[in-house]
Design a protein around this ligand. Sequence first.
Ligand code: ADP
Length: 506
Amino acid sequence: MIDASYLRLSVISNKHGMAKKEKKSLEFFTDWKYEPAIESTDHIQLKKQYDLFINGKFVKPNSGKYYDTINPATEEKIARIADANAKDVDIAVKAAKKAYDKTWSKMPAKERAKYIFRIARLIQEKARELSVIETMNGGKAIRESRDIDVPLAANHFFYYAGWADKLEYAFPNRNPKSLGVAGQVIPWNFPLLMAAWKIAPALATGNTVVLKPAETTPLTCLKLAEIIQESGLPDGVVNIVTGFGSTGAAIVNHPLVNKIAFTGSTAVGKWIQKSISGTDKKLTLELGGKAANIIFEDAPINQAVEGIVNGIFFNQGHVCCAGSRLFVQESVAEEVIQKLKDRLETLIVGDPMDKNTDIGAINSKMQLNKINEYIKIGLNDGADMYQSQCSIPKKGYFVKPTLFLNTSQSHRISQEEIFGPVLAIQTFRTIEEVIEKANNIPYGLSAGVWTDKGSRIFNMTQKLRAGVVWANTYNKFDPTSPFGGYKESGFGREGGLHGLMPYLKF
Ligand code: ADP
């Protein structure tokens, strides 16, 4: 993954021969103005109204209800979206069950793989359109949709297409079998990518799907439905139903659903776990996080600062594995914090469609309110706040990148998931202390370690209770590597060979 903001900074630094004179360069950077480089939107095709994608066709909802989906950067309406009720979900699940029984489970695996490859290729062909729609509907910077979300979504389909006819090699002598209908509910932070994480392994293992995107970001999933239609995938193999929490609940509780895959909040995850207890539905939950990014004194400091920035400000902090807690060793704390503040001033917050933008719009008004509420809580709890001096657009949902200094373990901003560009910073002296602090939290999704010592990295990875630990990097994703959490961050793994297992019985 290329961190474009870092590249941009380096280019300017080199051009003016100021890479090493960081203090001086800061004055220079704060004065720097970029001409807008707005991605065009005239090539995208969006309908005014989207129905439900069931049994290979777009059909009107039984509920008769629609809601507006908006652009969080402008607050303008983009399209009307069907709001599926329990009857709609029932039709979708029955279509998936029929497709499973009659077609998909009977098809030779190598034929199934061809469809999955075709979907991957079509995503690549329409990458530009998908990126623009992702940014319009979700608020994330176009650079991220274009360089991360969409290519990774295609890569997941490519990767799992490859496994479809090799399951007996993935699990030798275990005779893996598909489950039936997978019900999948996804959040708004990576709408297309989460759909790919869920749909690709389900299809590769021979299951059929009913998927619900988040209410605020349905558009790229509906474009994916069009791609699926174009790919010729047999009717009913993938069904996409839009709606709110009650639509998700109807999927979870449907008796013909054999497996639930959920990514979202811990509260809803717990509710799902309770509501399917006593059934034989399989479950994977990818829930919240409050990752610790840990900088030791021997770390390459500039690289670490860039990684911290990428870890929390990437995608407006709308990342379950965001490095939202920073632990910095006392001896380098002053230097790291100064560099972080300097770097904050160079981040460009604003129109997500501008290719210069680092931090786009917060996904919804509700999320914006939640982040602002946590900023107030941090201040009331006595932490020192540092915010970038940048201006933010008057319209749309935006937050300035925010650091909280001198936080302690007991502060709510150090314990609870904010899901925004807010970093809580603590210092530490010893390795034992930082392990204790990093682990002393209900979540365990991810962590980052910055040090020059390989042995320390291995020591830390064994002791940190986190599903993913990045070393001297952060927020790197690849379809071949498994992702998932401990504790209240959920269970089960997505990605890699591990990601096949939740969709199989042995
Ligand atoms: P977030 O706080 O990130 O919005 P949620 O857990 O509320 O996370 O939402 C994640 C997904 O779960 C969304 O698609 C949402 O509509 C869906 N959802 C919300 N409530 C329920 C529920 N009770 N059962 C199933 N899905 C739900």
